[in-house]
Design a protein around this ligand. Structure first.
Ligand code: ADP
Ligand code: MG
Length: 416
């Protein structure tokens, strides 16, 4: 979805005030009555002015009018919340210009943005619920089964963005290889741009002399270390691992990859922790065996000195809180899902269901669609053996389609 910012420049501070009024009203009202919008639009002096703003906002599809039996009211649209988020990012000097979309995740749109120093960053707009409507048949069953029909996806998108920001902040502070987060507002997260490409585009013959042994080892060590700190990623796969374009060959400690996409991570004390951990391990293993034709060796040394793990095919973290191997309780700090069995979740069922969907079934639905559409089912096709298709210089770029030259300045939108 293109981020449509063209009308931002025509909106007055009063229009934004009314838009914020609708946003505030949405916290407790599915449909915000006009009388409430009057009260919440604090800057507005007259009802006439508010009515004019409401009608302008509706024309631009930032809010939408809905009639129901009892009263008419307005709802914020995704475009409306996009505008509010962008305005906050601009006001805080987090972004200055915005480029075209360059990555589409399962439930997010990813844009390149830059700040006023010209530094490029990434803006991730969470759009939960989107996959639920893509494949109608599958999702009708899916929605029914999970009882998510009347869900407030916009609210859940905000929660997911906030969670992802917290996870990235703490993990980054603790030295994990994750993007540095800069700011979050509503459903929008701004973070460091990784100079790399998703591991799904990695091919054996294109790895420029780097070692698959080392990559496999480091990837496994990463999730063991994460688990020792109390967390399990739950969507650890080739889509969420970015391979860096440039690494320092002389530095053996350099990992060469960055792990992204965290909102669905859980505590190691979660009741399904072991299941998710093994699934994460298996995703990586499967990718290495099938796509990279790499057979993990029984004697592969990817365990740390403490001998953590079974020493063979995959590592094992310890699934209990009170063990010496635990180095940190990041799950507790982050209130990650499942960290406290007595109070399993502080979160509402809706939030927990949405997060379960992100780490569970839906991930599989979407992944299998993607695989069917642009990959071979058996991982055996020429795509992975034909050098001409994957020339070493562009194997990294299938998600990057737009040049920076096409960046559209949105700062002007607010200075009019
Ligand atoms: P989703 O939760 O929807 O799966 P992701 O966070 O996995 O979203 O992002 C989707 C895609 O966008 C990734 O596969 C990657 O190609 C790209 N991407 C996301 N974050 C970054 C980043 N910080 N730097 C570079 N590319 C990124
Ligand atoms: Mg992802």
């Amino acid at each position: 979805m293109k981020l449509e910012t063209a009308h931002m420049r025509y909106l007055t501070p009063e229009d934004f005030n009314v838009l914020e009024g609708v946003e505030r009203g949405s916290i407790n009202h599915e449909l915000v009555p006009t009388s409430l919008i009057y009260r919440l639009s604090t800057m507005m002096k007259s009802q006439g002015g508010t009515n004019r703003a409401i009608s302008d906002l509706a024309k631009l599809n930032l809010i939408t009018k809905i009639r129901n039996a009892k009263y008419d009211g307005y709802k914020l649209t995704y475009k409306g919340i996009d505008y509010l988020a962008l305005r906050t990012l601009l006001a805080n000097d987090i972004i200055y210009s915005i480029g075209a979309i360059f990555g589409v995740g399962k439930e997010s749109d990813i844009y390149k943005v830059s700040n006023d120093q010209g530094e490029t960053r990434v803006m991730k707009l969470h759009r939960l619920g989107r996959t639920s409507f893509q494949t109608v048949k599958k999702n009708r069953d899916y929605l029914k089964k999970n009882d998510m029909m009347g869900t407030n996806w916009m609210y859940l998108s905000k929660i997911a963005a906030g969670k992802e920001y917290e996870f990235l902040s703490i993990l980054h502070e603790h030295g994990f290889n994750v993007p540095k987060p800069y700011f979050v507002t509503r459903h929008a997260l701004v973070m460091e741009l990784i100079d790399g490409f998703p591991m799904r585009n990695l091919r054996r013959h294109n790895f420029k002399g780097r070692s698959l042994d080392k990559l496999y080892t480091d990837l496994m060590n990463f999730i063991v270390k994460l688990a020792k700190s109390g967390l399990i990623h739950c969507d650890y796969n080739e889509f969420n691992i970015m391979i860096k374009n440039n690494i320092n060959d002389d530095d053996v400690d350099e990992l060469g990859f960055i792990v992204i996409d965290f909102p669905q991570a859980i505590s190691i004390d979660h009741k399904d922790a072991e299941y998710y951990f093994k699934r994460d391990v298996d995703c990586i293993k499967r990718f290495f065996i099938k796509k990279l034709k790499y057979q993990p060796r029984r004697d592969t040394v990817w365990l740390d000195e403490s001998g953590f793990g079974d020493g063979y095919k995959y590592p094992y973290p310890i699934f209990h809180r009170d063990v010496t191997e635990r180095v940190d309780n990041l799950d507790e700090q982050l209130q990650a899902s499942g960290f406290n069995k007595k109070h399993p979740s502080e979160q509402s069922n809706d939030i927990e269901s949405a997060l379960i969907n992100m780490r569970g079934e839906k991930a599989e639905i979407y992944t299998s669609d993607e695989e069917n559409s642009d990959d071979d089912d058996e991982y055996g096709s020429d795509e992975y053996t034909d050098d001409s298709e994957d020339s070493s210089d562009d194997y990294a770029s299938d998600s990057e389609s737009e040049s920076d030259g096409e960046n559209e300045r949105i700062i002007e939108a607010l200075s009019s």
